[in-house]
Design a protein around this ligand. Structure first.
Ligand SMILES: O=C(O)CCC(=O)C(=O)O
Length: 289
């Protein structure tokens, strides 16, 4: 279903690199998403310690589950699959990116009450480089979120600025800006996005963002799903975080591009072979007679 963005919202997204849409998701979807989340939290009680679905805090236990993240929820429950690939999140992605849209990955950051961990300042594109900078992430707060709960903070305009090195001085991948870069990125100007349950956050893949620990007594589940224009290609094997899931790069709206532009040169493209439609160069060539 088409989403009617509020007046000026697209322009604000383009200028600032982010948006907040309060109460974007209706109560019936919210109830379904929260029920699906509860099912997965429950499953984490008895899951093996190496179960890829769950990123746990160190003191997680069966009696007292404490998750940092549920990986790739679209692959774990049909409710998330419908919401992200065909439902309101997909509609919003299309309103922001144009008719042809690809899904990249999803995750559910729980940020448990009483100390759920901070997310340090970072940009996303270094984690999963693409052939353009169209990728954006839509976050849905599954509960009311206020400033004590570690809301998402985004530095306005930073999406158009420097792309920072997310490695530490010893060459380790830190996934966050260094202290010097945090100062340069002017995170004191960050806008903290809060709102009632169902509010949507949107941030561009180059926007500097992060969030504090959740010291409140309420959980802060944030369902995040990343999309790009259909002609934006993830550079597989370069910086991909291994958690993309089997729906990664799925075309969810519109039609696949017939060409791709890299370094200013446009090439006609092949179909998406990794969807399993390739047989052999001989078959394809002989089929043409
Ligand atoms: O959960 C948050 O507050 C931020 C999430 C985020 O930036 C990420 O997971 O990349």
């Amino acid at each position: 279903m088409a989403v009617q963005l509020p007046e000026g919202a697209l322009g604000r997204y383009e200028a600032d690199g982010y948006l907040l849409l309060e109460s974007f998701v209706d109560d019936s979807w919210l109830a379904r998403l929260n029920t699906a989340t509860d099912r997965l939290i429950d499953a984490s009680r008895t899951a093996a310690s190496d179960d890829f679905r769950f990123d746990r805090e160190p003191d997680h236990s069966a009696d007292d589950p404490r998750l940092r993240r549920i990986n790739s929820p679209v692959d774990l429950d049909p409710t998330f699959e419908e919401f992200s690939l065909d439902g309101p999140a997909a509609d919003l992605a299309q309103a922001l990116l144009g008719p042809d849209v690809r899904f990249h990955h999803s995750k559910l950051n729980i940020k448990w009450n009483d100390g759920g961990e901070e997310v340090k300042w970072h940009q996303d594109i270094q984690f999963w480089p693409h052939t353009d900078f169209s990728p954006l992430t839509i976050g849905i707060y599954l509960c009311d979120v206020d400033e004590a709960m570690g809301p998402m903070g985004i530095v306005p305009g930073s999406h158009a600025g420097e792309l920072y090195d997310l490695t530490s001085p010893d060459g380790r991948w830190s996934g966050s800006l260094s202290d010097d870069d945090v100062a340069r990125a002017q995170v004191a100007n960050a806008d903290y996005l809060m709102g009632p349950a169902g509010s949507a956050t949107v941030h561009n893949c180059c926007a500097v963002h992060g969030s504090a620990a959740n010291e409140s007594d309420r959980m802060r589940p944030l369902l995040l799903q990343t999309y790009s224009r259909a002609d934006s290609y993830p550079l597989l094997g370069v910086g991909t975080n291994g958690k993309a899931g089997h729906n990664a790069h799925r075309l969810i709206r519109g039609s696949a591009p017939t060409s791709l532009t890299v370094q200013g040169r446009t090439m006609p493209t092949a179909p998406d072979w990794f969807r399993g439609t390739y047989t052999s160069i001989f078959d394809h060539q002989q089929a043409d007679g």
